[in-house]
Ligand binder design. Sequence first.
Ligand SMILES: Cc1ncc(C[n+]2csc(CCOP(=O)(O)OP(=O)(O)O)c2C)c(N)n1
Length: 660
Amino acid sequence: MNPVFKDLANAIRFLSIDSVQKANSGHPGLPMGMADVATVLFKYYLRFNPKNPNWINRDRFILSAGHGSMLLYSLLYLTGYKSISIRDIKNFRQLNSICAGHPEYEKNSGIETTTGPLGQGLSNAVGLAIAEEILKKKFGSSLINHKTYVIASDGDFMEGISHEVMSLAGHLKLKNLIVLFDNNKISIDGSTNLAVSDNYKKRFESYGWSFQEVNGHNEKQISKAIKKSLNSKKPNLISCKTIIGYGSPNKSGKASAHGSPLGEKEVDLVRKKLKWKYKPFEVPKEILSEWRKIGDKGINQEKKWNNIFNKKSKKIKDEFSRIISNKLPNNFDKLLEEKKKKFFKLKPEIASRQSSANVIEEITNSLPELIGGSADLSGSNNTKTKHSTILKPSNFNGNYIHYGVREHGMAGIMNGMALHGGIIPFGGTFLIFLDYCKPSLRLSALMGLKVIYIFSHDSIGLGEDGPTHQPIEHLTHLRAIPNLNVFRPADIIETLECWEIALKSSTNPSVIVLSRQKIPFITETLVKKNMSSMGGYELKKTNSNPNVTLIASGSEVQIAIDALVKLKTANIDSKIVSMPCQELFDKQPREYKEKVIEKNSKKISIEASCVFGWEKYVGSEGVSLGLKSFGKSAPGQKLYEDFNLTSDSVVKMAKKMLDN
Ligand SMILES: Cc1ncc(C[n+]2csc(CCOP(=O)(O)OP(=O)(O)O)c2C)c(N)n1
């Protein structure tokens, strides 16, 4: 047997149908519909090496429509990735199988990103394409020059995030981005004309994309369109008209093919219709070997690249290897130590967003991989400094991205840049607009990516903009997300420390929340140790056996300091715990935690935020000062008084607790 194109595509179709059938759950429609497009892409265009899935100059392939995960698993198995065996395929959707319900990012596996929430993959792809341009500019096209391919579905393009990122991609002219649209006009509820009447051609062209349309089951047409897009000067959208569930006599073209097993009888009928004589999970030797040959092409491609790399100077090789392997420069610790000393000497009384800007300014020139940005709040988030150079379509030589008012897109793009490797992205907005980017932030945490979120205007302290802009439940919300560090530094020393931890966290994202208003300098003594790395630490006390422990974060540490002085004049001894990061404090040994939060003292927490969550520190007999309602529009200081977030309230509470 001499396998032809359709045999290769049908191998994807049947692995997908049979796995979904065996798992009794999953989505057969997309892999059946897009098998031809994917086969053309992998057979003729995609540059990848299954023997080294991490080859940095590989083309990236993103399945944005993650529900069609079996398409990806089939391709990885067929082309010879070690990460996915036929046993894994048979274990689709079972406990601990790499073939999870939706693709879950795993380094070295060929699964480039986690998808499932529609639209996210598209945003990641835009980030990957930006990362490619940035690194190409830094190291030259002989080292970095690859495409980012995406398969996206109707649902991907209905999501708001797709508008944000495709608009930015068009603006930046990301010519190496090629999106293959599974234009089958079917979603879960039925025909997409129930909800959409967009003119896609006009939509994409108005973003500044090139648009082509092909029959997604015609090898030649698909191939010609991809070929044409290779030389485009714009991002590329290839609308592939496909039939969902292609090959199923009773379900193709219908929503019933989308998200449930076809059923034994229908699977038999597909076998007959597509003339596939093989048993479930059987891929004939000749077909498998043809697919493996496709995978093996990458070995030589990578070899050629290695030869080019090896001829580069030691300096270039070292720097390239450093940033690709996510290592900070050798002298970085020393630099931070010097800056800490400098800040301690200066003792600036500034908003923590300004402290963060000072830190960024001091580290930028030593970290070329640091790529900042903001969703149109650069001046407010203080993410842009005098060392920021703007990334422009004609010039990717920058280190700062104006994301426009696109918080969700910014977060998804940062995930893509982090996934690419060689870039540490940070991006800013107001803490309140966490609500506008949370789905992507959650995926940063789920994937364990080093992405740094700078959220300023962190409380009612922002004042006059009022309750629409004053975060209340946001810190609690962030702290509930697994694998995420949430920092709320109290002065410039803590801000530097929090940045240091974020830059050194290679398996989790970080959020640094910052005040709009000026806050005092609170660090008492200069120590080499990163005190924030314990999450919470003793800042000050009036006696070794204090009656009261005051626990505060960020701008409220000063309220605790004032309260300590007032309590002392009332003959009450107290201590202050500064708690910049609850997640890190929770990880400390019990003895440390009990020592810091004095077991036998009365405990009061102070944070201008929802009080939910603080009970784990203050206990059932403690008190949490915070907010239980939305904020108000007024000057910040007035609001602190109005909400009883004052040192006098703390003193009153402490006295009441001690009297009882
Ligand atoms: C953000 C988000 N909302 C909802 C869903 C649930 N969902 C999964 S697929 C899908 C739509 C399916 O339509 P389409 O994207 O056209 O995929 P196809 O039916 O062609 O496979 C929906 C709503 C999701 N995965 N992500």
